[in-house]
Design a protein around this ligand. Sequence first.
Ligand code: PLP
Length: 397
Amino acid sequence: MRYSANIERLQPSATIAVSTLAKRLKEEGRDILNLSAGEPDFDTPQFIADAAVRAIRDGQTRYTPPPGITPLRKVIATRLSERAGRDLDWTGVVVTAGAKQALYNATFCLFGPGDEVIVAAPYWTTYPDLVNIARAEPVITFGDEADAFKLAPADLDRAASERTRGLIINTPSNPTGAVYSLQELTAISEWARDRGVWLISDEIYRNMYYEDGVGAAPGLLDIPEASLADFVLVDGASKSHAMTGWRVGYSYSDSRLAAKFADLQSQITSNTSTPAQFAALEAYSNQAAAEESVSRMAAAFKNRRDLVTRRMDELMPGVPYIRPHGAFYLYFRVDHLFDDDVKDSTAWCSRLLERTGVALVPGGAFGDQRWARMSYAASEEVIEEALRRIAGAANGD
Ligand code: PLP
């Protein structure tokens, strides 16, 4: 069968082998601890769910404009303006079916054949594929491992060419939990500004930040306006408000570009689900309730981060890992555990799952087969037990 060149380089998700095996073993009745999930283990806060039910009962069940209902775009712009300390134009906001669609809109509208896009690595598994779908070239670029792989301008200089048109970063990072400081972010943005390179900043984990208690990680809108490159900011309600299944994300960019995103969306999916937009409207409008639930969840993630790192140190001393400052993942090295049968993290994770029932995501999904990712979006009991089993496997018990 012949397919189009559009999907020539399309890869199935690199996480699929382990998750398929996890599913099969669970169906067989095995005791599986699934720490491969990329979503909060909390339910959507009640006040948000109630708003969706109200909207459905009120007949809010029809199409909306492709970039979303105006009150939602406006309230998102208001929240972003508060952060930026200046008035941002609400027509720059496009509401999407999850942050993923915002990223798709951005890569598809900005890049094409002949263009190179620097992708900060380890990367969230979807970025290179989105660049490939646009038929541009992802340039996978790692920063210094000793600095949690964060990119610095010198790394970007090495990666850049005449054809560089874009740069995709993610802070806090999936899979490392690394967070760019304001200073680091400013340097990156200035680099992109000076080179005329589009900066796409995925800040979906912004509210899961564990420095100085809990709060929000530095983001593009915190840096001085003069230092800003042409940018697309991507965020959404999936992680911060435990709304992964609702499919509400957004981008904020220059309004002219936002209009292109809306045009593209109008030909593909139209608007994201209408009741979900009303749920998000409540999530972003009812600040007191939102703050209470977002900070409660963030505090739980911080406790788990503390637990997971403490237990790593106790149970697997010397195993290198990146200390997460945000998001809910622990990224650790497993290559010292390879042997004749197991030569990469995909094989290592499959064996771990078969032998211990613990499902992780192999580092190959993020561009480095020497590592594995464990999600700590799970109860403390599950995290404890999973670490005990991983340590048992690692210590050859
Ligand atoms: N960006 C990152 C870094 C993610 O980890 C994820 C989901 O795992 C997404 C975007 C997608 O978010 P959404 O579910 O809103 O499409």
